[in-house]
Design a protein around this ligand. Structure first.
Ligand code: SAH
Length: 384
């Protein structure tokens, strides 16, 4: 099978407007001085945006009323336009499809649990990794998101969670659209902003942030060098190169052994348990011998396995593994001493992560009355 992989960066079609989440404090101060505003407003704005999750300058009552609009235009342009905001699971799951300034669509999902509120965010519009079971992978890469477009999803999710009484946003998983590591420079800045204390950032604990990757080894090494204790999740999906070459085509460049070697180095430096993602696909990767092989690869490592029941994408030939097969897979991994959990699925009534929600909006043109494809999606909370 030959699959074109997009590793080079596509040129952005139109430059995203400047936003305070793209600038450091000094950058904010100089943008303010250009519109004749005192430097101290930078801190006010950053407190409001990062700390109180206010994204609209006209609502910032600590700014002079006459200046709010000008300040908003200069530093808080609207980056994300909600084209859909749906909820399910009794309101505990909220899914947003955002339209970006150039028309690109991305999605975020909020999942409220008794002990945490998790946002699943996108790092790219589309994805170039071409994993055949993933809805996003089918459409190719549109473009990288800017740092501010990533951070603004986090801030918007925090705001929505608070407005809906779901609680305080505590966890972030980069499991929406895109391959976060393929957008490394923007991801790196976004991780800093998400984890820096207010007013320099959103102030979330690095331990509550999960970066999920197909296994871009050079970027895993860059993340390791950051020494930021975020959780690394590796989308393995097969323990052997033959099958992984097909399920995660970038495996033709970085093999299972190389990816896991980079993951173990990450675990050693950060002391963080690596999460191994494994989508259970009926009769494809769910055989007992593959569970045993996976167990051998992971035994004794600082790792745990997160099995994801496959969400069949529309038109896909693949299905989720039967529960009994899944249970046997879990049993064998645990017998090998590998901590294993099966991911809870959220959002069965409305499409969510993995690109299906944005895809259903795109297919329906600009009509917001479009019904999403039935079948549901797994929205996931891997950070534990
Ligand atoms: N590009 C990153 C983040 C993508 S989505 C990565 O690959 O890790 C997060 C997880 O959902 C990945 O493990 C991905 O392989 C998985 N996934 C994608 N489509 C899926 C589907 N249809 N069913 C189950 N899991 C899926």
């Amino acid at each position: 099978m030959s699959i074109a992989l997009t590793l080079t960066e596509p040129r952005p079609r139109k430059k995203a407007p400047v936003h305070l989440a793209d600038l450091d404090l000094a950058g904010c101060e100089s943008a303010l001085s250009e519109i004749g505003q005192p430097a101290f407003r930078a801190k006010q704005l950053r407190n409001q945006y990062f700390g109180r999750h206010v994204g609209d300058a006209t609502l910032m009552t600590d700014l002079p009323a006459a200046a709010r609009e000008t300040i908003g235009e200069a530093l808080l342009p609207r980056l994300l336009d909600a084209v859909r905001l749906d909820d399910c699971d009794g309101g505990k799951t909220v899914k947003a499809v955002w339209r970006l300034h150039d028309g690109a669509l991305v999605e975020s999902v909020i999942m409220a649990y008794p002990d945490r509120v998790t946002a699943c965010v996108s790092s790219q519009a589309g994805c170039g990794m071409a994993c055949p079971f993933c809805a996003t992978g089918q459409g190719g890469l549109t473009r990288n998101l800017t740092t501010a477009e990533i951070v603004d999803q986090v801030v918007a999710c925090a705001r929505i969670a608070a407005e809906r009484g779901l609680g305080r946003l505590s966890h972030i998983v980069f499991m929406g659209m895109g391959e976060p590591m393929a957008n490394w420079p923007r991801l790196q800045k976004a991780l800093r902003l998400i984890t820096s204390p207010v007013p320099d950032g959103v102030g979330l604990s690095a331990r509550h942030v999960t970066v999920s990757t197909v296994g871009l080894v050079p970027q895993i090494r860059k993340l390791t060098a950051e020494e930021l204790p975020v959780t690394l999740a590796v989308s393995l999906h097969a323990p052997d190169d033959e099958l992984r070459d097909e399920l995660v085509p970038i495996n033709t460049r970085w093999k299972v052994a190389e990816v896991l070697a980079a993951a173990w180095d990450y675990a050693e430096v950060t002391k963080r348990r690596v999460s191994i993602e494994y989508a259970m696909i009926r009769d494809v990767n769910d055989q007992p011998w593959r569970a045993d092989l996976l167990g051998e690869l992971l035994a004794g490592r600082l790792a745990h396995v997160n099995l994801i029941p496959l969400n069949p994408t529309p038109g896909s030939r693949w299905d989720a593994s039967p529960k009994a097969v899944e249970a046997e897979f879990v049993r064998r991994l645990r017998a090998a001493g590998v901590p294993t959990t099966v991911r809870d699925t959220r959002g069965q009534e409305i499409d969510g992560a993995c690109g299906q929600l944005a895809a259903s909006v795109r297919e329906a043109g600009s009509s917001s009355a479009a019904e999403p494809e039935p079948g549901g999606l797994t929205s996931s909370d891997a950070a534990s």
